[in-house]
Design a protein around this ligand. Structure first.
Ligand code: G3I
Length: 347
C-alpha cells in the first residue's frame, strides 16, 4: 500500500512537472496516509527520522510535511552560538524556543545543534584574551544548556573539530585560545548543565572508513578513556550520488563506534546529484539509491538511533544549484523519498 501511494504521488508530480495532462491545474498531491510516512516507517523499526528546519518556514506546506513525516527536529542554524548570543552576555532564545516549542507540541524530539562550531561563532569572541574567552565559552554552554534543560534529546556539543586531512584537530579559535582540552571541557560543562541530554560529537567526511573517520574514532576513544561524558557520534552524510562511501564501509565505521558503546546518528544527510550524467530520471534514480543504501545501513545497525536529513525540500537547501533532498521545490515527494521509505521498510 505504501509503495503504491507514493508511486501514485510521484506519477501525479511527474505529469505536473512535465506539463503533461490537460491545461487545467493538476489536482493537488494528496498527502500520504499516516501509514505511508517516514514517521510511521521509522517508528516501526525504532529509529528517529528527522530534518533540519528554520523557524520562519514552519507554516503552510513546510509545516504540513514536517509535522507528518518526522519525529526528530534540528535547528538548521538558529541554535548556534552566533544566534544565541549575538553580543557578549546577551542571549536571544526566540528562534530556538520557537523550534523547540514546535517540535514538542508535535510529539517530536529535538537535536540541539550546536554549542561549539567554528562556523557559527559570534565575531565578538575573537578579540578576547584566553582567560576571557574561557569565561565566555563556559557561560555560553552553561546558559544555553540550562535554558533548554529537559527539552533536548541530544546536543551536538562540538561540531567539526577534526581537520579535513584527518591528521590533526582543526586549528580553530577554540583550540588557539583554550588548547586541545576545549573539547573535553565542552562535554563536561554540558553534562553538568543538562544531565538528561545525550552528548554527541558531530562531523563530516568521516562516514566511511576514511583517514578522517579514523581520527574521529581516535578522538572519541580518547575522550571515553579520559572519562569524558560523551554518548554518541553524529556522521553528517553530506554526500553526492557520484561520490559516496560504499555501504560496507559505512556499516563497518558505524559498528566500530557502536563497539565503543556509542550511539550513532546520521545527522545531516543530503545527496547532491549535479554530477550525475544522463537524464533527469537517471539522476533521480541514482539519488534514490544513495538514500536507500545509507538508510538501510542505519536500519541494520542497532546503535544507529537516528536519521536526520539536512532539510527536506529542494526549495530550502544550503547547497545552491543542486536538488539534494527528498521533496522537490513544490513539496512533492521524489524517488529519493521512496528510497528512504523502502529502506526503512526493508523492501
Ligand atoms: O534566514 C535568514 C534571513 O532571514 C536573513 O535575511 C539572512 C541574512 O542574515 O540570513 C538568513 O539566515 C541564514 C540561514 O543560513 C538560512 O539561509 C544565516 O544567515 C546563515 O548563517 C545560515 O547558514 C547555515 C550555516 O550552517 C551556518 O550556520 C546554513 O543554513 C546551514 O545549512 C549550515 O549547516 C551546517 C551545519 O550546521 C554543520 N554542518 C555543515 C552544514 C552546512 O554548512
Amino acid at each position: 500500500m505504501a509503495r503504491l501511494t507514493v508511486l501514485t504521488l510521484m506519477a501525479v508530480t511527474a505529469i505536473a512537472a512535465c506539463g503533461g495532462g490537460n491545461s487545467s491545474p493538476v489536482a493537488p498531491t494528496p498527502p500520504p496516509s499516516s501509514a505511508d510516512t517516514l514517521k510511521a516507517a521509522a517508528t516501526a523499526v525504532n529509529k528517529l527520522v528527522g530534518t533540519a528546519v528554520q523557524s520562519r518556514l514552519l507554516n503552510g506546506q513546510y509545516d504540513a510535511v514536517v509535522a507528518r513525516e518526522f519525529t526528530y527536529i534540528t535547528a538548521e542554524y538558529e541554535m548556534k552560538w552566533n544566534v544565541h548570543e549575538p553580543s557578549a552576555g546577551f542571549f536571544d532564545f526566540a528562534a530556538g524556543d520557537a523550534i523547540v516549542g514546535y517540535a514538542l507540541s508535535h510529539g517530536q524530539r529535538v537535536k540541539g545543534h550546536t554549542f561549539i562550531w567554528h562556523g557559527a561563532t559570534p565575531s565578538w569572541v575573537n578579540g578576547l584574551s584566553p582567560a576571557d574567552f574561557r569565561v565566555a565559552f563556559e557561560r555560553h554552554i552553561r546558559t544555553v544548556a540550562d535554558h533548554y534543560r529537559g527539552r533536548i534529546h541530544a546536543w551536538d556539543v562540538v561540531n567539526e573539530a577534526v581537520a579535513d586531512d584527518g591528521l590533526s584537530l582543526r586549528d580553530t579559535v577554540f583550540r588557539q585560545k583554550l588548547g586541545d582540552s576545549y573539547i573535553a571541557d565542552a562535554f563536561r560543562i554540558a553534562r553538568a548543565a543538562d544531565p538528561g541530554a545525550r552528548l554527541f560529537y558531530n562531523d563530516y567526511g568521516g562516514e566511511g572508513l576514511t583517514q578522517k573517520a579514523n581520527r574521529i574514532y581516535d578522538l572519541v576513544r580518547e575522550l571515553l578513556a579520559a572519562g569524558v561524558p560523551i554518548d554518541g557520534v553524529g556522521l553528517q552524510m553530506h554526500i553526492s550520488a557520484t561520490n559516496r562511501p560504499p555501504s560496507t564501509s559505512i556499516a563497518s565505521n558505524l559498528r566500530r563506534f557502536a563497539d565503543l558503546g556509542l550511539t550513532v546518528h546520521v545527522s545531516e544527510m543530503d545527496v547532491r546529484v549535479n554530477g550525475v550524467a544522463g537524464s533527469t530520471q537517471m539522476r533521480l534514480d541514482a539519488q534514490r539509491l544513495a538514500y536507500y543504501d545509507v538508510v538501510r545501513v542505519c536500519v541494520l545497525e542497532p546503535r544507529c538511533e537516528a536519521l536526520t536529513f539536512w532539510g527536506f525540500t529542494d526549495a530550502h537547501t544550503w547547497i545552491s544549484g543542486d536538488t539534494p533532498l527528498l521533496f522537490d521545490a513544490q513539496y512533492a515527494p521524489k524517488p529519493a523519498y521512496t528510497g528512504v521509505l523502502d529502506a526503512l521498510r526493508g523492501r
